[in-house]
Write a protein that binds this ligand. Structure first.
Ligand SMILES: O=C(O)CCC(=O)C(=O)O
Ligand SMILES: [Fe+2]
Length: 201
């Protein structure tokens, strides 16, 4: 396994958190392989949420995997984690090795095209270990990812490349929001994986 790019990791944020962008840590052929495998083997479901009292079903699909039968609640819906697939276990091991952190769960999102995105939020739920690292891996279409500081409203933008790794840690979720804006420019699919640490009890 080749740990390229480790010498040029940069914190994208000017302060109040750490968002390390490692660039492409998977080769083009590895990325293609994982995209296909995940697309075909993950138990993708349209996400459901309650917003403004309305029951919403998102176009984007999601899935949640983990070490145990963790229950995870966000946007008023609760998900039960299912055991790692072969590819997810491989990806988790690789990401743990590169980042020097451990993770016990993974939220996956499938965006069929640029019409689908994710609104500004921070991943600061109680069930996530405070200031624990979140490792975000992207396969497929390259998409823009934006941070916005909660107080100053400063924004920081990064293109998440096919096969890339972004790690958010420290005070990032406390001080910054992030989103995946919809775009007319992207007509193909993207899969994003966020490896997380859920604390129990
Ligand atoms: O698709 C992405 O890059 C972001 C996903 C995200 O922010 C999340 O799942 O919490
Ligand atoms: Fe997020």
């Amino acid at each position: 396994m080749d740990l390229f790019n480790t010498d040029i990791i940069t914190n994208l944020l000017p302060g109040d958190g750490v968002a390390n962008y490692y660039g492409r840590v998977f080769s083009r052929s590895e990325s293609l392989h994982y995209f296909d495998q995940l697309f075909n083997t993950i138990d993708w479901k349209n996400d459901e949420a309650i917003m403004f009292g309305k029951h919403i079903i998102t176009k984007r699909k999601a899935a949640w995997y983990g070490d145990g039968a963790y229950a995870y609640t966000y946007s008023n819906t609760t998900k039960q984690a299912v055991p790692w697939t072969k590819e997810l276990a491989e990806l988790k091991a690789k990401v743990e090795k590169i980042t020097g952190e451990t993770y016990n769960s993974c939220l996956l999102n499938l965006y069929h095209n640029g019409d689908e995105g994710m609104a500004y939020h921070s991943d600061d739920e109680q069930t996530l270990g405070k200031n624990s690292a979140i490792a975000s891996v992207s396969f497929g279409a390259e998409r823009k990812f934006l941070f916005k500081h909660k107080q100053t409203k400063e924004t920081v933008s990064v293109m998440l490349e096919n096969g890339s790794l972004l790690v958010m840690k420290g005070a990032t979720q406390t001080n910054w929001l992030h989103r995946l804006p919809p775009t007319k420019k992207v007509t193909s699919a993207r899969i994003n994986l966020t490896f997380r640490t859920i604390v129990i009890g």
